[in-house]
Design a protein around this ligand. Structure first.
Ligand SMILES: Nc1ncnc2c1ncn2[C@@H]1O[C@H](COP(=O)(O)OP(=O)(O)OP(=O)(O)O)[C@@H](O)[C@H]1O
Ligand SMILES: [Mg+2]
Length: 273
Protein backbone atom coordinates (compact mmCIF):
# COMPACT_ATOMS: atom_id res chain seq x y z
CA UNK A 1 0.00 0.00 0.00
CA UNK A 2 1.25 3.48 -0.89
CA UNK A 3 0.12 6.43 1.19
CA UNK A 4 0.61 9.96 -0.01
CA UNK A 5 0.00 13.18 1.87
CA UNK A 6 -0.53 16.21 -0.33
CA UNK A 7 -0.30 19.61 1.32
CA UNK A 8 -1.85 18.38 4.57
CA UNK A 9 -2.72 21.13 7.04
CA UNK A 10 -4.17 20.41 10.42
CA UNK A 11 -5.67 22.94 12.77
CA UNK A 12 -6.82 21.80 16.23
CA UNK A 13 -9.84 23.66 17.65
CA UNK A 14 -10.28 25.73 14.49
CA UNK A 15 -12.12 29.03 14.76
CA UNK A 16 -11.55 29.27 18.52
CA UNK A 17 -9.02 31.28 20.50
CA UNK A 18 -7.26 27.91 21.22
CA UNK A 19 -6.67 27.15 17.53
CA UNK A 20 -3.27 25.51 16.86
CA UNK A 21 -1.96 24.95 13.36
CA UNK A 22 -0.09 21.70 14.00
CA UNK A 23 0.64 20.86 10.34
CA UNK A 24 1.22 23.62 7.82
CA UNK A 25 1.04 21.85 4.47
CA UNK A 26 2.93 18.57 4.69
CA UNK A 27 3.58 16.53 1.54
CA UNK A 28 5.26 13.12 1.64
CA UNK A 29 4.75 9.55 0.58
CA UNK A 30 5.10 6.23 2.36
CA UNK A 31 6.25 3.67 -0.20
CA UNK A 32 5.19 0.02 0.01
CA UNK A 33 7.66 -2.09 1.98
CA UNK A 34 9.73 0.80 3.32
CA UNK A 35 10.49 1.80 6.88
CA UNK A 36 9.96 5.56 7.12
CA UNK A 37 11.47 7.24 10.18
CA UNK A 38 9.79 10.44 11.36
CA UNK A 39 11.89 12.65 13.59
CA UNK A 40 11.55 16.17 14.98
CA UNK A 41 11.36 18.05 18.25
CA UNK A 42 8.57 18.02 20.78
CA UNK A 43 5.47 19.66 19.33
CA UNK A 44 6.79 19.56 15.75
CA UNK A 45 3.67 17.67 14.62
CA UNK A 46 4.82 14.03 14.48
CA UNK A 47 1.83 12.52 16.29
CA UNK A 48 -0.57 14.76 14.39
CA UNK A 49 1.05 13.68 11.11
CA UNK A 50 0.88 9.94 11.73
CA UNK A 51 -2.76 10.09 12.77
CA UNK A 52 -3.54 11.31 9.25
CA UNK A 53 -2.18 8.11 7.71
CA UNK A 54 -5.38 6.22 8.60
CA UNK A 55 -7.62 9.30 8.86
CA UNK A 56 -7.93 9.12 12.60
CA UNK A 57 -7.43 12.84 12.09
CA UNK A 58 -8.89 14.39 8.96
CA UNK A 59 -6.90 17.14 7.24
CA UNK A 60 -8.18 20.69 7.61
CA UNK A 61 -6.84 21.16 4.07
CA UNK A 62 -4.93 18.98 1.63
CA UNK A 63 -5.42 15.29 0.82
CA UNK A 64 -4.45 11.80 1.91
CA UNK A 65 -4.23 9.33 -0.98
CA UNK A 66 -4.14 5.56 -0.53
CA UNK A 67 -2.92 3.79 -3.67
CA UNK A 68 -3.88 6.92 -5.56
CA UNK A 69 -7.43 7.15 -4.18
CA UNK A 70 -8.64 9.88 -1.86
CA UNK A 71 -8.69 8.19 1.57
CA UNK A 72 -11.93 10.02 2.43
CA UNK A 73 -13.70 7.87 -0.17
CA UNK A 74 -12.58 4.60 1.51
CA UNK A 75 -14.32 2.66 4.25
CA UNK A 76 -12.91 4.14 7.46
CA UNK A 77 -12.83 0.97 9.57
CA UNK A 78 -11.22 -1.03 6.74
CA UNK A 79 -8.60 1.70 6.38
CA UNK A 80 -7.86 1.55 10.13
CA UNK A 81 -7.40 -2.20 9.90
CA UNK A 82 -5.03 -1.89 6.93
CA UNK A 83 -3.07 0.95 8.53
CA UNK A 84 -2.53 -0.09 12.15
CA UNK A 85 -1.60 2.76 14.46
CA UNK A 86 0.12 2.24 17.79
CA UNK A 87 -0.28 5.44 19.79
CA UNK A 88 2.34 7.19 21.81
CA UNK A 89 2.16 5.56 25.30
CA UNK A 90 -0.25 2.87 24.02
CA UNK A 91 -0.18 1.05 27.34
CA UNK A 92 -2.71 3.58 28.63
CA UNK A 93 -5.33 2.01 26.37
CA UNK A 94 -5.04 -1.57 27.67
CA UNK A 95 -8.36 -2.55 29.22
CA UNK A 96 -9.20 -6.27 29.25
CA UNK A 97 -8.82 -8.61 32.27
CA UNK A 98 -6.11 -10.65 30.52
CA UNK A 99 -3.44 -9.96 27.91
CA UNK A 100 -4.98 -12.60 25.63
CA UNK A 101 -8.39 -10.92 25.68
CA UNK A 102 -6.88 -7.51 25.12
CA UNK A 103 -5.00 -8.62 22.00
CA UNK A 104 -8.09 -10.54 20.79
CA UNK A 105 -10.32 -7.48 20.93
CA UNK A 106 -9.61 -6.04 17.46
CA UNK A 107 -9.50 -9.35 15.53
CA UNK A 108 -12.79 -10.37 17.16
CA UNK A 109 -14.38 -7.23 15.82
CA UNK A 110 -13.21 -8.17 12.33
CA UNK A 111 -15.69 -11.04 12.51
CA UNK A 112 -13.08 -13.83 12.43
CA UNK A 113 -13.90 -17.27 13.90
CA UNK A 114 -12.90 -18.06 17.47
CA UNK A 115 -10.21 -20.52 16.38
CA UNK A 116 -8.61 -18.05 13.96
CA UNK A 117 -8.65 -15.29 16.58
CA UNK A 118 -6.95 -17.59 19.08
CA UNK A 119 -4.29 -18.52 16.53
CA UNK A 120 -3.60 -14.92 15.58
CA UNK A 121 -3.37 -13.82 19.19
CA UNK A 122 -0.95 -16.65 20.00
CA UNK A 123 1.23 -15.97 16.95
CA UNK A 124 1.31 -12.22 17.52
CA UNK A 125 2.20 -12.52 21.20
CA UNK A 126 4.99 -14.97 20.27
CA UNK A 127 6.29 -12.54 17.64
CA UNK A 128 6.53 -9.86 20.32
CA UNK A 129 8.19 -12.25 22.75
CA UNK A 130 5.16 -11.94 25.02
CA UNK A 131 3.63 -15.43 24.72
CA UNK A 132 4.31 -16.12 28.38
CA UNK A 133 2.20 -13.13 29.39
CA UNK A 134 -1.04 -14.35 27.74
CA UNK A 135 -2.93 -15.18 30.93
CA UNK A 136 -1.67 -12.23 32.98
CA UNK A 137 -3.55 -9.04 33.72
CA UNK A 138 -2.29 -6.25 31.43
CA UNK A 139 -2.35 -3.89 34.40
CA UNK A 140 0.13 -5.97 36.37
CA UNK A 141 2.90 -5.82 33.75
CA UNK A 142 6.04 -3.72 33.50
CA UNK A 143 6.04 -0.70 31.17
CA UNK A 144 7.98 -2.55 28.46
CA UNK A 145 5.73 -5.61 28.67
CA UNK A 146 2.64 -3.41 28.39
CA UNK A 147 4.14 -1.75 25.33
CA UNK A 148 4.64 -5.13 23.65
CA UNK A 149 1.08 -6.19 24.41
CA UNK A 150 -0.28 -2.93 22.99
CA UNK A 151 1.72 -3.41 19.77
CA UNK A 152 0.50 -7.03 19.57
CA UNK A 153 -3.09 -5.76 19.75
CA UNK A 154 -2.57 -3.70 16.59
CA UNK A 155 -0.52 -6.34 14.75
CA UNK A 156 -3.20 -8.96 15.42
CA UNK A 157 -5.48 -7.06 13.00
CA UNK A 158 -3.08 -8.01 10.20
CA UNK A 159 -2.27 -4.49 8.98
CA UNK A 160 -0.35 -3.79 5.76
CA UNK A 161 1.17 -0.66 7.26
CA UNK A 162 2.22 -0.43 10.90
CA UNK A 163 2.57 3.05 12.38
CA UNK A 164 4.51 3.24 15.65
CA UNK A 165 4.48 6.57 17.49
CA UNK A 166 7.58 6.64 19.72
CA UNK A 167 7.50 2.91 20.45
CA UNK A 168 10.85 2.92 22.25
CA UNK A 169 10.29 5.94 24.53
CA UNK A 170 11.05 5.04 28.12
CA UNK A 171 12.27 1.50 27.36
CA UNK A 172 15.59 0.08 28.54
CA UNK A 173 18.35 -0.45 25.93
CA UNK A 174 17.61 -4.16 25.61
CA UNK A 175 13.88 -3.63 25.03
CA UNK A 176 14.74 -0.88 22.53
CA UNK A 177 16.96 -3.09 20.46
CA UNK A 178 14.31 -5.86 20.58
CA UNK A 179 11.84 -3.41 19.09
CA UNK A 180 14.23 -2.25 16.38
CA UNK A 181 14.88 -5.89 15.56
CA UNK A 182 11.11 -6.47 15.35
CA UNK A 183 10.74 -3.57 12.91
CA UNK A 184 13.44 -5.19 10.75
CA UNK A 185 11.62 -8.53 10.81
CA UNK A 186 8.27 -6.95 9.94
CA UNK A 187 9.89 -5.18 7.01
CA UNK A 188 11.45 -8.48 5.87
CA UNK A 189 7.95 -10.00 5.93
CA UNK A 190 6.78 -7.29 3.51
CA UNK A 191 5.17 -4.89 5.96
CA UNK A 192 5.46 -1.13 5.59
CA UNK A 193 6.42 0.62 8.82
CA UNK A 194 6.26 4.27 9.87
CA UNK A 195 8.34 4.82 12.95
CA UNK A 196 8.32 8.02 15.03
CA UNK A 197 11.31 8.52 17.28
CA UNK A 198 13.39 11.09 19.12
CA UNK A 199 16.38 8.79 18.86
CA UNK A 200 18.38 9.53 15.71
CA UNK A 201 20.61 6.50 16.23
CA UNK A 202 17.77 4.01 16.20
CA UNK A 203 16.14 5.68 13.19
CA UNK A 204 19.48 5.49 11.36
CA UNK A 205 19.68 1.76 12.05
CA UNK A 206 16.29 0.81 10.68
CA UNK A 207 14.92 3.47 8.29
CA UNK A 208 14.92 3.38 4.48
CA UNK A 209 13.65 6.95 4.41
CA UNK A 210 13.69 9.79 6.92
CA UNK A 211 11.35 12.75 7.34
CA UNK A 212 12.35 15.61 9.64
CA UNK A 213 9.50 17.77 10.91
CA UNK A 214 9.92 21.23 12.35
CA UNK A 215 7.12 23.55 13.43
CA UNK A 216 4.52 21.58 11.48
CA UNK A 217 6.52 21.59 8.25
CA UNK A 218 8.82 19.11 6.53
CA UNK A 219 12.34 20.38 7.10
CA UNK A 220 13.95 17.61 5.06
CA UNK A 221 12.97 14.25 3.64
CA UNK A 222 14.70 11.53 1.65
CA UNK A 223 17.21 8.71 1.92
CA UNK A 224 18.82 8.63 5.41
CA UNK A 225 22.28 9.50 4.01
CA UNK A 226 20.84 12.45 2.10
CA UNK A 227 18.97 13.79 5.13
CA UNK A 228 21.64 13.19 7.77
CA UNK A 229 24.63 14.43 5.76
CA UNK A 230 22.61 17.41 4.50
CA UNK A 231 21.55 18.43 7.99
CA UNK A 232 24.42 17.90 10.48
CA UNK A 233 22.33 19.12 13.43
CA UNK A 234 20.06 16.08 12.86
CA UNK A 235 22.88 13.56 12.39
CA UNK A 236 23.08 10.33 14.42
CA UNK A 237 26.34 9.36 16.14
CA UNK A 238 27.40 7.13 13.23
CA UNK A 239 27.20 10.02 10.76
CA UNK A 240 29.05 12.36 13.14
CA UNK A 241 31.85 9.80 13.43
CA UNK A 242 31.97 9.41 9.65
CA UNK A 243 31.99 13.18 9.18
CA UNK A 244 34.90 13.44 11.63
CA UNK A 245 36.78 10.82 9.59
CA UNK A 246 36.31 12.93 6.47
CA UNK A 247 33.43 11.52 4.44
CA UNK A 248 34.57 13.49 1.41
CA UNK A 249 37.03 10.65 0.85
CA UNK A 250 35.25 8.60 -1.82
CA UNK A 251 36.47 5.36 -0.24
CA UNK A 252 34.37 6.09 2.86
CA UNK A 253 31.06 6.69 1.10
CA UNK A 254 28.26 8.02 3.27
CA UNK A 255 27.75 5.42 5.98
CA UNK A 256 24.65 5.73 8.15
CA UNK A 257 24.14 2.39 9.90
CA UNK A 258 26.47 1.25 12.63
CA UNK A 259 27.95 -1.59 10.55
CA UNK A 260 28.60 0.73 7.61
CA UNK A 261 30.39 3.27 9.80
CA UNK A 262 32.45 0.53 11.41
CA UNK A 263 33.49 -0.72 7.96
CA UNK A 264 34.49 2.83 6.96
CA UNK A 265 36.50 3.18 10.16
CA UNK A 266 38.28 -0.11 9.40
CA UNK A 267 39.17 1.15 5.93
CA UNK A 268 40.62 4.33 7.43
CA UNK A 269 42.64 2.40 10.01
CA UNK A 270 43.78 -0.11 7.39
CA UNK A 271 44.92 2.69 5.12
CA UNK A 272 46.78 4.52 7.90
CA UNK A 273 50.59 4.27 7.78
N1 LIG B 1 -5.63 17.57 20.84
C1 LIG B 1 -4.97 18.71 20.65
N2 LIG B 1 -5.59 19.90 20.77
C2 LIG B 1 -4.93 21.05 20.56
N3 LIG B 1 -3.64 21.14 20.21
C3 LIG B 1 -2.97 19.99 20.08
C4 LIG B 1 -3.59 18.71 20.29
N4 LIG B 1 -2.68 17.75 20.08
C5 LIG B 1 -1.53 18.37 19.76
N5 LIG B 1 -1.70 19.73 19.74
C6 LIG B 1 -0.68 20.74 19.41
O1 LIG B 1 -0.23 20.50 18.08
C7 LIG B 1 1.20 20.65 17.98
C8 LIG B 1 1.82 19.35 17.49
O2 LIG B 1 1.59 18.34 18.45
P1 LIG B 1 2.03 16.82 18.22
O3 LIG B 1 1.46 16.03 19.34
O4 LIG B 1 1.67 16.42 16.84
O5 LIG B 1 3.62 16.95 18.34
P2 LIG B 1 4.74 15.81 18.43
O6 LIG B 1 5.79 16.14 17.42
O7 LIG B 1 4.12 14.47 18.36
O8 LIG B 1 5.37 16.07 19.88
P3 LIG B 1 6.00 15.01 20.97
O9 LIG B 1 7.40 14.72 20.49
O10 LIG B 1 5.99 15.81 22.23
O11 LIG B 1 5.13 13.81 21.02
C9 LIG B 1 1.66 21.09 19.36
O12 LIG B 1 1.75 22.48 19.36
C10 LIG B 1 0.55 20.63 20.28
O13 LIG B 1 0.44 21.48 21.42
MG1 LIG C 1 4.01 12.88 19.68
Amino acid sequence: MRIELQGVRHVYAPGTSFAVEALKGVSLSVEPGEVLGVIGGTGSGKSTLVQHLNLLLVPTAGRVLVDGKDALSLDRSELRRRVGLVFQSPEQALFAPTVEEDVAFAPQRLGLGEEEVRERVGETLELLGAGHLAARSPFALSGGEKRRVAIAGVLAMGPEVLVLDEPTAGLDPHARSDLIYLVGRLKASGMTVVFVSHDLDEVAEVADGVCVLEGGEVRSIGHPAEVFYGDPSMAPATVRVAAALGVSRPSLGTPVRYGETLAALRRVLGAAP
